[in-house]
Design a protein around this ligand. Structure first.
Ligand code: SAM
Length: 279
């Protein structure tokens, strides 16, 4: 690509920002033109297009769904880690599970937890470790985790369940030994979540703004953390309204430490920072 083709015109930038918003409600700030150009350059080359502007106008006219998914995938922020914002996992074992389990034991229904912006899997696998450990003392309670994200690339990483040893450092040693497989020889320095936990976690693509979520059973707890921060108020309200439809009465919605539901008419009771209960 020539120097000109390598950069993004203001018009093409606005087109791309608009498309990303329409597709995912992610708001890209005004100062991100260079970041956008840097992230998209390789894709444009791969597609054999002449310039970033051609790419923007192709997407605007074709509205090609697959390429829109790719675009959002390239621009979303996926930062995450094991045991991130640990109070929420403590809340689960100290409050939510003791409250929810008696009912589940009576009916025999599985406990269902949904990680609604699961990124590369650290959040749902933290949930899996915490649940497996807690439920050792409650034999017979079945449980499932749904992990979803808009990014296919992240979902694939979650399904692989392979992490560097530094990444799993927050996992308590005993649980690491029990639930992870440690790489040896060529795999030294990495580990994989063991099959016992992997089979409990189902990764599916869900865009929080698609009209219908393909979720058949109601969830007991929804973790939707560190994603709404990228949405405007109207979009946050829409996502919360749709997620809450999938919560059992008495179930919990948990959002990130730096997020808020202020200004949203959600009908939930706030229990503690970032934790909301459906009455
Ligand atoms: C910063 S990560 C948060 C990961 C994890 N929940 C945590 O707190 O560590 C945000 C994730 O939200 C996803 N995301 C962004 N927009 C989304 C949307 N409209 N629907 C579903 N997921 C979305 C991104 O792909 C990204 O993986």
């Amino acid at each position: 690509m020539s120097a000109h083709a390598n950069s993004l015109s203001d018009h093409a930038y606005r087109q791309l920002v608009h498309l990303v918003y329409k597709h995912s409600r992610i708001r890209i700030g005004q100062d991100k033109q260079l970041m956008l150009a840097n992230r998209l350059r390789r894709r444009v080359q791969l597609l054999g297009m002449d310039s970033l502007d051609d790419y923007a106008s192709f997407l605007t006219t074709s509205r090609d769904e697959n390429e829109l998914e790719e675009l959002v995938d390239m621009l979303s922020t996926n930062h995450t880690h094991f045991y991130r914002e640990g109070d929420h996992f403590a809340f689960l074992t100290q409050t939510a599970l003791p409250e929810l389990l008696p009912g589940l034991k009576l009916t025999g229904a599985p406990l269902r937890i949904w990680s609604a912006a699961s990124s590369s899997g650290e959040e749902p696998y933290t949930l899996a470790v915490v649940l497996a450990d807690y439920l050792l003392a409650h034999v017979g309670v079945d449980w499932k985790i749904l992990a979803s994200d808009v990014s296919n690339r992240m979902l694939e990483r979650g399904r692989q369940a392979v992490y560097r040893m530094e990444s799993v450092a927050p996992v308590p040693t005993e649980l690491l030994q029990r639930y992870f497989l440690r790489g040896v020889d060529a795999w030294e320095g990495i580990c994989r979540v063991g099959p016992e936990l992997r089979r409990r976690v189902q990764f599916d693509r869900i865009n929080l703004f698609q009209p219908v979520y393909p979720i058949s059973a109601p969830q007991h707890v929804i973790f939707c953390r560190n994603v709404m921060i990228y949405f405007d108020l109207e979009s946050r309200a829409l996502a919360v309204e749709r997620m809450v439809r999938h919560l059992v009465p008495g179930g919990y919605l948990i959002i990130g430490y730096s997020e808020s539901l202020m200004g949203i008419d959600h009908g939930l009771q706030q229990v503690q920072q970032g934790v909301f209960r459906l009455p």
